[in-house]
Ligand binder design. Structure first.
Ligand code: BMA
Length: 329
């Protein structure tokens, strides 16, 4: 039985696997949990991140506006399912040359050393990775951008590895990026990043075609006794455009550029109407996973068709058994 090396989270949002379901991940029956018009200005609310906070939950949400601008908003929840999102965007304190907003999207939130670190795709003469932190989800401080453009999907590990902070990312281009592999970078101070190592890339043949165009890290990696459980997105180019599915892999705990296991089969993909129909059809895009160290349960938040937010459930055991049963060879 795989063990999640994290605190217990008895109030993790949860539904049991439906009778007869053999999928590794199952959706919440009340999906989507956040509608596109959750705040007065929003056209869509998706690709967002939640963490345990003060006995309940807090999060950072991507709300695209009705002028179709992209920005980040704080939100709070008692149960992880019903959210109150602040109608005003997060204002970051810091060097005005860095905090000046072009656009902000696809946040992740990582709790480390008493702080909630936020990483996101930040417009700075092209997309790069912004980093900030908060202790209360009211005051947010912004640090230097982690990388030069172009990069999307910056995802911190929840502890230092070999004495250094570690972050997965996906170097990209300034457009819709028809390529992309996952790398890991290290930093002594969350400002200067280096020691870049290649983790894993696309599979450009039919061993695993759902991840043939590009891949990118999703939620904060989950530490288990079998390795870092990485949930990631993979993209296929079809005659109707990109299709975003979700996969899983296990990375070495101390050398996280070494892939121990990787599934050939996706774990979740656009199949429900709210995942297939929206502003960008056929997108399931995971950005956060709550986990319970006591039971191994995982609740994953994911954007649906770039329009609404859903939640789905699994366990570390289910995911690891699934990727071992359908390994990439
Ligand atoms: C990516 C990002 C994501 C989005 C995806 C599908 O480039 O914009 O936020 O979910 O495309 O449109």
């Amino acid at each position: 039985m795989a063990r999640i090396l994290a605190d217990a989270l008895p109030n993790l949002p949860w539904q049991d696997r439906p009778a007869g379901c053999t999928d590794p991940v199952w959706r919440y029956s009340g999906n989507p949990i956040i509608q596109r018009n959750a705040i007065p200005s929003s056209n869509s609310v998706f690709n967002s991140a939640a963490v345990p906070f003060k006995g309940g939950f807090a999060g950072v949400f991507r709300c695209d506006s009705r002028s179709v601008s992209m920005d980040l908003f704080a939100g709070f929840s008692d149960d992880g399912l019903h959210w109150r999102i602040d109608p005003d965007p997060i204002r970051f304190e810091g060097d005005p040359e860095v905090t000046a907003r072009e656009y902000r999207y696809d946040p992740r939130v990582c709790f480390m050393d008493g702080r909630y670190y936020v990483t996101w795709c930040n417009g700075y003469h092209g997309p790069t990775i912004g980093i900030g932190w908060t202790e209360d989800f009211q005051t947010f401080h912004q640090l230097e951008n982690a990388f030069l453009p172009y990069n999307r999907n910056g995802v911190l590990f929840p502890r230092k590895i070999g004495g250094r902070y570690a972050m997965l990312s996906r170097p990209s281009d300034t457009g819709h990026t028809p390529f992309g592999d996952i790398f890991v970078s290290f930093s002594p101070d969350l400002t200067y990043w280096g020691g870049h190592r290649y983790v894993m890339g696309t599979i450009r043949d039919d061993r695993s075609a759902w991840q043939s165009t590009k891949i990118g890290p999703g939620p904060i990696p989950i530490e288990t006794d079998e390795g870092w459980l990485l949930i990631y997105h993979g993209v296929l180019t079809t005659c109707n455009g990109y299709v975003y599915r979700v996969g899983a892999a296990l990375l070495d705990l101390e050398r996280p550029w070494i892939v121990k296991e990787r599934g050939a089969w996706y774990i979740l993909g656009p199949q429900e109407l709210y995942e297939c129909v929206g502003d960008v059809p056929n997108v399931t895009f995971p950005c956060a996973a709550l986990c319970d160290g006591a039971t191994g349960r995982i609740a994953m938040y994911y954007g649906c068709a770039d329009t609404v937010t859903g939640i789905a459930f699994t366990t570390a055991d289910d995911l690891i058994a699934f990727i071992k049963a359908h390994p990439l060879k």
